[in-house]
Design a protein around this ligand. Structure first.
Ligand code: UT7
Length: 329
């Protein structure tokens, strides 16, 4: 066995939200809903909605700048950019290439990944694998979305659930003595899954190759909810087993912020107190691929997640796609 342990370590994180906040009461004036229904069924009280000039790329750039600065680096230090989004600025080129240019990450190769709400887990898993393969030393991993632009604002079953935002992390490949495996920071284990059988439960009803339109989001919420609780519990168990940890070892779970009831059900299945789940759904709603890095950044900046903490990231979304990643901060 090698006496060197290689791990990608999170050097910094950042996040960005559009300026405009839309409350449940404002939505209740537009569609047949109420603050009571939204809060009781989802835990959401408000969301940020992109205005003129705010796009997926602009939010991503804002979040990425903060992550690079927090990491104590400059854009020139980044070798790889992986950006998760389902709401790119354009069909092509990738939003990542726009971010690469605007930030001045001249030596980085950059691309988007599409795994909807699980996108950040897919992006982190991809970046981690690329760095392990020696394709670079430092990666900028971003989740950024403007779901407000693909919502049907007359459909009360979906329009109240989502918001816009971005989150980013800078990760760097580091080496540690193998004997330090229990305390060394970095990504310890990641598992990703896809089940295309359920692609009709959460989808956008348009696209360049089918309707030649962007389309609107459609969801059978109750069925998605049911699958989410089962799939998340299962993938969390897989990651813990691979990493050799038990649920009670986890200091913080940073979950995809779809619904406070899914977070509570996941905590219960893991046997963890609800306080160990980082919850931002109340303020940000579901920001798809942005929600995990956004919640991570909030919890680092408010002092909840501290260096040395064992943190589980997890998400489930359209595809279906789902995944989890265990890391030491
Ligand atoms: O990010 C990807 C993953 N996404 C998710 O994980 C979302 C998972 N699903 C959910 O979070 C929940 O299923 C929802 C929040 C979407 C819906 O909650 P629910 O408790 O499953 O409600 P439901 O869909 O079973 O609807 C219950 C009732 C229905 O009325 P009837 O048929 O009982 O008369 C809906 O028409 O609530 C009605 N309803 C609403 N009422 C007021 C649905 N949306 C609204 C609304 N305001 N906005």
């Amino acid at each position: 066995m090698s006496d060197v342990l290689r791990r990608t370590v999170v050097l910094g994180s950042g996040s960005a939200l559009p300026k405009r906040v839309v409350t449940n009461a404002e939505l209740a004036a537009q569609v047949d809903t109420s603050d009571e229904w939204i809060v009781e069924r989802t835990g959401i009280r408000q969301r940020h909605i992109a205005g003129e000039g705010e796009t997926t790329a602009s939010l991503a750039i804002d979040a990425a700048r903060k992550a690079i600065e927090t990491a104590g680096l400059t854009p020139a230090d980044i070798d790889v950019i992986v950006l998760a989004t389902a709401t790119p600025d354009q069909t092509f080129p990738s939003t990542a290439s726009k971010v690469q240019h605007e930030l001045g990450c001249k030596s980085a190769f950059a691309f988007d990944v599409a795994a909807v709400c699980s996108g950040f887990l897919y992006a982190l898993g991809t970046a981690d694998a690329l760095l392990h393969r020696g394709m670079g030393k430092r990666a900028l991993v971003i989740g950024a979305e403007t779901f407000s632009r693909i919502l049907d604002w007359e459909d009360r079953t979906t329009c109240v659930l989502f918001g816009d935002g971005a989150g980013a992390m800078v990760i760097e490949m580091r080496e540690f003595p193998a004997a330090e495996a229990a305390t060394a920071p970095g990504v310890i284990a990641t598992k990703l899954h896809t089940d295309g059988e359920h692609n009709c439960l959460l989808y956008v009803d348009g696209g360049p190759s089918t309707t030649q339109t962007v389309g609107k989001l459609r969801m059978k919420g109750r069925e998605v909810f049911r699958h989410a609780v089962v799939n998340l519990a299962s993938v969390l168990g897989e990651v813990l087993e691979e990493a050799g940890y038990a649920a009670e070892d986890i200091d913080w779970v940073v979950p995809h912020q779809a619904n406070a009831r899914i977070l509570d059900a996941t905590a219960k299945k893991l046997g963890l107190p609800a306080e160990r789940m980082v919850k931002t759904v109340e303020l940000h709603a579901n920001t798809s691929a942005a929600s995990v890095p956004l919640a991570y950044d909030v919890a680092v900046r408010d002092g909840r997640i501290k260096p040395g903490d064992l943190v589980m990231l997890e998400a489930m979304g359209g595809g279906f796609t789902w995944g989890a990643s265990l890391l030491r901060a």
